[in-house]
Design a binder for this molecule. Structure first.
Ligand SMILES: *Cc1c(COP(=O)(O)O)cnc(C)c1O
Length: 412
């Protein structure tokens, strides 16, 4: 059969599938300005005297169905505050996932604790509970669950493991705003949930973060952990810190923007869910690739869309596949973060600090630690997701992926 022009991908001389640019959106507008004006009118940027940080914390507690929320200056600092609040100390081991942002690891290392990497599930890209359990030693203190791409880890299994072994469960929800697991918000299931509002996340206030918790004493310690361990509730005697904490305070300016952004979250989440679900339904019968698989019980919020190539079927690797999609006009990139975080120099060389002594030096970080995660990155192709993408974007994106996949399959 003679191939029609539509069957020939752009990389082989056909016309690119994408005919119109992807939809864009103005992220910050009059809602943010209105909030900012209220801050300026109030005359203070400090959370203790203002009400924007307090409002934001109340709203995020409500949104996540938790009792308490404590704002922080970034996602990284919210995770660090969680570590401090739970008393994570030098030599403690924290089990976490190898595909994540350094913001998950920096706090562990600063506490003098040891990141221990468990492998992930091959299609949800989140922690394998079985691998987590295998990594537990008598020094393990906590599991830091990474809800990658807006998809929750198997929280029921992780929570059961943590209860069985008397470990804290911390949820890294930086990529998972709006995500639910068995009807509950992520962040509300572990001891502490941590969110980020950096520029790349579902909602942004430039830089910002927040922790949520259900336990009053943990919440009290989270507040201290973001504010130099100054106990402002105690009045005049507040300058007598009893443990080491950083200044991770959020300012009224950040909280003002974040409040305006929170009003937009439901719409953002709805549109991203539509995109992820629809794209998967259009691609599900393609051979040669596998699609991201939401964790059972989870309704993910699609921070990005990562599929995997099967090189043995397609006859091409992730780089060649991503290049073909790019030629069609898609924003595809291969390998997501490139390599597992434990392959970074800071781990392989134990070079966190200039001179030695950090407890993580006894741990040998090397390629091969988490074979499934390494395979996921080797074969992963990431497609951006945006709430601004249109119906035409969806049709053209799906068509381009079908066209390119069938073409490789036909050649192989
Ligand atoms: C973005 C991110 C962080 C860090 O958040 P920042 O606000 O950039 O400090 C931590 N963990 C994950 C999984 C992230 O995606």
């Amino acid at each position: 059969m003679k191939k029609s022009v539509q069957d020939i991908p752009a990389i082989a001389g056909g016309n690119p599938t994408k005919t119109v640019p992807y939809g864009t959106r103005t992220r910050y507008g009059k809602e943010e300005l209105k909030q900012l004006k209220e801050v300026i009118d109030k005359g203070t940027l400090f959370y203790v005297y203002g009400n924007k940080v307090k409002d934001l914390e109340r709203r995020i507690a409500g949104l996540t169905g938790t009792e308490y929320a404590v704002a922080a200056s970034s996602g990284t600092s919210s995770i660090h505050a969680a570590m401090i609040a739970l008393g994570i100390s030098p030599g403690d081991e924290i089990i976490t996932a190898p595909i994540t942002d350094m913001g998950s690891l920096i706090p562990i290392l600063y506490q003098g604790a040891v990141p221990v990497f468990a492998d992930i599930c091959p299609h949800s890209y989140t922690l394998s509970p079985q691998s987590v359990e295998e990594r537990i030693t008598d020094r393990t203190r906590a599991v830091l669950a990474i809800h990658l791409w807006g998809n929750a880890c198997d929280l029921a299994a992780l929570k059961a493991i943590c209860l069985r072994h008397n470990l804290f469960l911390i949820e890294d929800c930086a990529q998972a705003w709006g995500c639910t697991y068995k009807g509950r918000s992520v962040g509300a299931i572990g001891n502490i949930g941590c969110f980020s509002m950096n520029e790349s996340k579902h909602i942004s206030c430039g830089e910002g973060g927040v922790t949520v918790a259900g336990d009053k004493d943990i919440a009290r310690r989270l507040r201290l952990a973001t504010d130099k361990c100054y106990d402002r509730e105690s009045g005049a005697a507040f300058r007598d810190p009893s443990f080491l904490a950083n200044n991770y305070r959020m300012s009224e300016l950040q909280a003002a923007i974040a409040l305006a952004q929170l009003d937009k979250l439901a719409g953002i989440v709805e549109r991203r869910r539509w995109w992820g679900t629809e794209l998967s339904s259009r691609l599900h019968d393609l051979e040669g690739i596998t699609l991201p698989q939401p964790t059972s019980g989870c309704d993910p919020t699609w921070w990005f869309y990562m599929l995997r190539v099967k090189p043995e079927k397609l006859g091409c690797n992730a780089d060649e596949y991503a290049a073909a999609l790019k030629a069609e006009g898609l924003g595809a990139t291969a390998h997501y973060i490139g390599r597992c975080v434990y392959e970074y120099l800071v781990f392989t060389r134990h070079s966190a600090f200039e001179r030695s002594g950090h407890p993580y030096e006894k741990y040998d970080y090397h390629t091969g630690l988490c074979p499934i995660a390494e395979k996921v990155l080797e074969t992963g192709v990431v497609l951006p997701v945006s709430e601004a993408f249109t119906d035409i974007d969806l049709e053209e994106t799906a068509e381009a992926i079908c066209r390119v996949t069938r073409w490789f399959m036909g050649k192989a």
